[in-house]
Design a protein around this ligand. Structure first.
Ligand SMILES: Nc1ncnc2c1ncn2[C@@H]1O[C@H](COP(=O)(O)OP(=O)(O)OP(=O)(O)O)[C@@H](O)[C@H]1O
Length: 583
């Protein structure tokens, strides 16, 4: 590769020295995060218990639907005799409480009856016996790419108009896509890419789209390595194809199947010697293409490998950088600088960048040259309004649910809740899916308004749990102090009271004690996160103070805090609260 005067910006010789990359491979979780797992476990346990408290339905069918108890059999279908599980139920009931044959040799040591004819007790039968509500739940999951994207025609057409140059072998302008979360940016961009690639195959034009999620692949090394390896793999496939074709021509010539002229007619070769040279060349290329390891190389070497791989043959490449703001935030704009300047050096190929971001301000941090090159075309995705969300939900619900599984007000209510947020289609779809799941769990036959409201509460609670779980320890201690006061019936809690309890909690768990001013700042942050509600009140000549109350459910929040290993050490917090006015 002749790179001329152009030198890529590569963080002073390579990210192999970057502690982030040298400590662990990019695909490994860094050691600092490894301890998260126990937390995750405790979170999911908590989450499960919260699920139960929210939906009010006991997910354990053995509790209230004991298949061994004839009096409690909840299956309404059994009375009509239409239930295919009748036999199972009646067998189980014949061995019901008191009627169970304990002398049977099939009784195992835990008292679980292993029946000769039927090897289960119907734990799942009751759950399965209800009519399913979902036809295809996957359609409501974020991983599903819809074939239709209502209310995004304008944006999709704009993208297509810009990218069509790729099909003419020209370089499309770079595109920046902005919009709040859940406004269909990724879904629309992926839809357009799929169309672009399939049209390019149809017309046999070399055009490829590479998708990178910069939330996961967030350093220059990783982005370039991932791209390099993808192109190396594709090049190897092209080489293998060509070699197969040339080897077979060579074999024909060797076996005298056809004469040399006939074999070479219509090819780029005039003689068999040229064909042999080409075969040698391809074999050498294949040999030479070395995959980039996920860590350890200097970044300029990774860059050169990527450059050579993409320029190996003629093609137009669109590099889609989703969550591009995360890449800039984590590792600056070097990657974008290098990518946006590559075209002037490439001989055979052309690249174009499509950046997607929900942070409208991230370009403020870009080098002006990168900013102007990247933002050649800008497409904005506005939030959806309630009517648009209703259409989107209706399209999906038609495929996701059984006919008549939703009452008429379900979709409008989900749309209205999500529109209140910020027109987030992901939230609307989550709400609809969760409402369906809650209805299914409570063995309802249809999804009704109450399930949507329960789903809204559940999602909101999950959000609170997540926010509280990821708070820094000091904020958790401050929040715990507020909870303790609230649990002890203190209303209009003031900063001084919180600070006193906070100090005692810190001493108990051996944590640094911050100043009252810092604690007041932390309270303001909790206020901004919507966890506490603090108002400044004037106390006349005694000055002003902040009075606050919790804006989140006490029990659940306390449980999340106590699942933190440090706060979990606080055995009995009661005495601190008793002594709150001591200082
Ligand atoms: N117009 C639409 N029609 C159907 N589904 C849609 C539409 N817009 C968004 N969705 C769905 O909403 C969910 C979120 O969309 P998407 O991931 O594209 O949002 P985004 O704008 O990229 O959000 P983020 O910035 O958080 O990544 C996806 O499941 C997507 O399929």
């Amino acid at each position: 590769m002749d790179e001329g005067d152009y030198t890529p910006r590569v963080d002073g010789g390579g990210e192999s020295n970057d502690s982030d990359d040298s400590d662990h491979t990019p695909w490994e979780r860094p050691a600092s995060q490894a301890h998260e797992d126990p937390e995750r476990t405790s979170e999911s346990t908590l989450d499960d218990s919260l699920d139960d408290s929210v939906d009010g339905a006991d997910p354990d069918p053995t509790d209230d639907t004991d298949p061994t108890d004839p009096a409690e059999d909840p299956d309404p279908a059994e009375d009509t005799g239409s239930n295919p599980t009748d036999d199972v139920d009646s067998e189980a009931t014949s061995l019901g409480k008191g009627g169970r044959d304990r002398s049977s040799p099939d009784v195992d040591f835990d008292g679980v009856v292993l029946d000769n004819d039927d090897d289960n007790q119907g734990l799942f039968d009751d759950l399965l016996s209800g009519e399913p509500i979902f036809e295809n739940k996957e359609v409501l999951r974020p991983s599903y790419t819809p074939h239709e994207l209502p209310h995004r025609n304008d944006q999709i057409n704009r993208m297509a108009t810009i990218l069509v140059s790729a099909l003419r072998g020209e370089t499309p302008s770079n595109i920046l896509i902005y919009g709040k979360t859940g406004t269909g940016k990724t879904a629309s961009a992926k839809f357009v890419s799929q169309e672009l690639e399939s049209t390019s195959q149809k017309y046999d034009v070399p055009c490829e789209v590479e998708y990178i999620n910069c939330e996961v692949t967030d350093t220059q090394y990783r982005v370039l390595a991932q791209l390099a390896n993808t192109f190396i793999e594709k090049n190897q496939a092209v080489i293998a194809d060509r070699l197969e074709q040339y080897e077979s021509m060579r074999a024909d010539a060797r076996d005298d199947v056809v004469d040399e002229g006939a074999i070479l007619a219509g090819t780029e070769f005039d003689t068999l010697a040229e064909l042999d040279d080409r075969i040698d060349e391809l074999e050498a290329d294949a040999e030479e293409m070395e995959e980039v390891p996920m860590t350890g190389w200097p970044t300029d070497r990774v860059y050169t490998t990527f450059f050579d791989a993409v320029d190996y043959h003629e093609r137009v490449v669109v590099i889609m950088l989703d969550e591009i703001d995360k890449l800039v935030e984590k590792s600056g704009d070097d990657t974008l600088y290098n990518l946006s300047r590559m075209n002037s050096e490439l001989d055979n190929s052309r690249i174009s960048i499509m950046g997607i971001s929900n942070d409208l301000k991230f370009t403020d941090f870009l080098d002006p040259r990168v900013k102007s090159s990247l933002g050649e075309e800008e497409i904005v995705f506005p939030p959806y309004d309630a009517n648009q969300l209703r259409d989107i939900l209706q399209h999906r619900a038609d495929i996701a649910f059984k006919g008549d599984a939703l009452t008429d007000d379900v979709i409008p209510l989900c749309a209205a809740f999500a529109a209140q947020e910020h027109g987030d289609a992901r939230r609307a779809l989550d709400l609809l899916r969760t409402a369906g799941e809650l209805a299914e769990r409570s063995q309802a036959e249809i999804v009704a308004e109450k399930h949507v409201r329960q789903a809204q509460d559940k999602i909101e609670l999950d959000r609170v749990v997540e926010v509280v779980r990821t708070l820094p320890t000091q904020s958790k201690i401050v929040l715990f102090a507020v909870i303790l006061l609230e649990k002890n019936g203190v209303h209009n809690i003031n900063t001084g009271e919180v600070f006193n309890i906070y100090k005692r909690l810190c001493e108990e768990i051996d944590a640094d004690v911050l100043t009252q001013r810092r604690v007041t700042d932390l309270i303001s942050e909790l206020d901004m996160l919507g966890i506490v509600n603090a108002v400044v009140v004037s106390k006349g000549r005694y000055g002003r103070t902040k009075e606050m109350g919790l804006s989140v459910p006490v029990e659940e929040t306390e449980a999340v805090l106590l699942s933190d290993s440090r706060l979990g050490d606080i055995e009995n917090a009661q005495p601190f609260v008793q002594a709150r006015f001591d200082n």
